[in-house]
Design a protein around this ligand. Sequence first.
Ligand SMILES: [Zn+2]
Length: 282
Amino acid sequence: MCPRCVERTKAPLGRQPWFVAVCGIVTFGGYYLAHLDTVPISGRRRFIDITPKQEAMIAQVAYDSIIEEVRHAMNFLPDDHPDVIVIRKVAQRLIRATGLTGLNWEIHVVASSTPNAFVLPGGKIFVYTGILPIMRDEDGVAAVLGHEIAHQVARHSAEKFTFTKARIVVRCSLTLVGAQSGRRYAVASTPLMRIMRAGLELPFSRKCETEADQVRSGLMAQACFDPTAAIDVWKRMEKAHGHRGIEYMSTHPRNDSRVRNFERWMPEAQERRAQSDCNSGT
Ligand SMILES: [Zn+2]
């Protein structure tokens, strides 16, 4: 046996690379199983280890920073602006459909030519006026807001924070195993991180977007909006802004892929709408 191999065999168990690796796998496996939960509506099982309290703290920091940035530029539309009134009215109907009425939802409309809308964890929704012509009417507003609200329903932000933590754990583990074995696994960590991004992070991001679209269809139907409006909105988006790059390298599915999904989910959404009490003047 080579002198280095003898030296390794004699090393205490706690310093054996295989022992460290096995301990790591067992510990992570237990942790993973203890933090599995189910996404409402879509029923997807996922790993999430950010508590709602931690999520709220992160959300508050992000929210304060954005509010500060926008308020300085005085870009908020006033509460009595007709567009704000319509957007908030639509949001209230969708929020009622989520059942998350205890959350401190806030809807801000920002004067900006950028066609954008996004949600921060904790139910803080921002809609840019640049997207108004694409939304066009109340059903269109519901299609866009419903997607953002669905991200909150599914706690996608918390799941993404979890993903980021997992990346850090992988990187630290590689460094630790490298230090224990005397090999420089850390050198390989950069390409591994790139592979993780292309092979895991981007598909994960697209999965969240697709799931938000699916949950949105259900919410629109429950809130008595026309779920087919989403198809028209994304077709207009496609017309105005194109495919937005190759899907494989993107955080979002292509608009045409999304439209195909909307069409696939439509029978279920229409059935859900038929079961909602939409004739009672909701
Ligand atoms: Zn989204």
